[in-house]
Design a protein around this ligand. Structure first.
Ligand code: C5P
Length: 237
């Protein structure tokens, strides 16, 4: 990676779903930090640690640190402060940690020098009505997502992760400035992989998405930069 810090207005966040630094670097070295940001999740972060995140930032990539913190308010606030000090562009917590936890997290982020964007996860898309009911939540799933998104906004966070299919109602209910980060994106004709409810990049933006998390359509492409450039072009047209 070269040392060329850049800022961009790209809507694309490339998911670095890799188990080791070498595999992640092989992909990152083919990407242009002017056209995307990157997402580091639990697997890669646990395997390679914070130095790799700092390295990505130094190479000019905005980093979404997707660690979904969920703990007592003091612990989450300290974790958010530590993540902010790594120079990440975005990080997240679980909205189900509650109002006080999210307020503490936002306070920590606001007090940091870098002031990254803080968003929350509402309901994991791996959960359905039955699994919600197993943990004692009998509210309709869509209503629960909306309630948690409203709580996130009340706590002062910048936005939520959501499906692009949920984006229109969240955009309508939470206003134009609330940040909606949407995975489950597939360009027309791309393989669905294990995603089932997918939306194209252009439709996701039309639905109100602020940023698109995209993994395999770029990471598994024969030419990842070409795939990124094509999706970028779709986003700006
Ligand atoms: O390869 P693909 O584009 O499906 O990757 C999507 C990324 O977004 C992965 O990192 C996945 O874990 C993440 N994600 C998701 N659905 C959610 C939340 C996160 O696919 N609801």
């Amino acid at each position: 990676m070269t040392n060329t810090p850049q800022h961009n207005d790209s809507k694309i966040i490339v998911a670095l779903d890799y188990a080791d630094a070498a595999s992640a670097l092989k992909l990152v070295n083919q990407l242009d930090p002017a056209l995307c940001r990157v997402k580091v999740g639990k697997e890669l972060f646990t395997a390679v640690g914070p130095q790799f995140v700092e390295e990505l930032s130094r190479a000019g990539f905005g980093v979404f640190l997707d660690l979904k913190f969920h703990d007592i308010p003091n612990t989450v606030a300290k974790a958010c402060a530590a993540a902010s000090n790594l120079g990440v562009w975005m990080l997240n917590v679980h909205a189900s940690g509650g109002l006080e936890m999210m307020q503490a997290a936002q306070q920590a982020v606001s007090n940091s020098a870098e002031k990254p964007i803080l968003i929350a996860v509402t309901v994991l898309t791996s959960m359905n009505q039955a699994s919600l009911s197993q943990i004692g939540i009998t509210t309709d799933l869509a209503t629960h997502v909306l309630n948690l998104a409203k709580l996130t906004q009340q706590a002062g966070l910048s936005g939520v992760v959501c499906s692009a299919l949920e984006a229109p109602i969240l955009r309508q209910q939470l206003g134009k400035d609330f940040c909606l980060v949407t995975p489950g994106i597939r360009p027309a004709n791309a393989s669905l992989d294990d995603q089932s409810r997918v939306v194209t990049p252009a439709d996701a933006l039309q639905n109100g998405a602020s940023y698109l998390v995209i993994g395999r359509p770029i990471t598994q492409a024969a030419n990842p930069l070409k795939a990124l450039e094509a999706i970028y072009a779709e986003c700006v047209n």
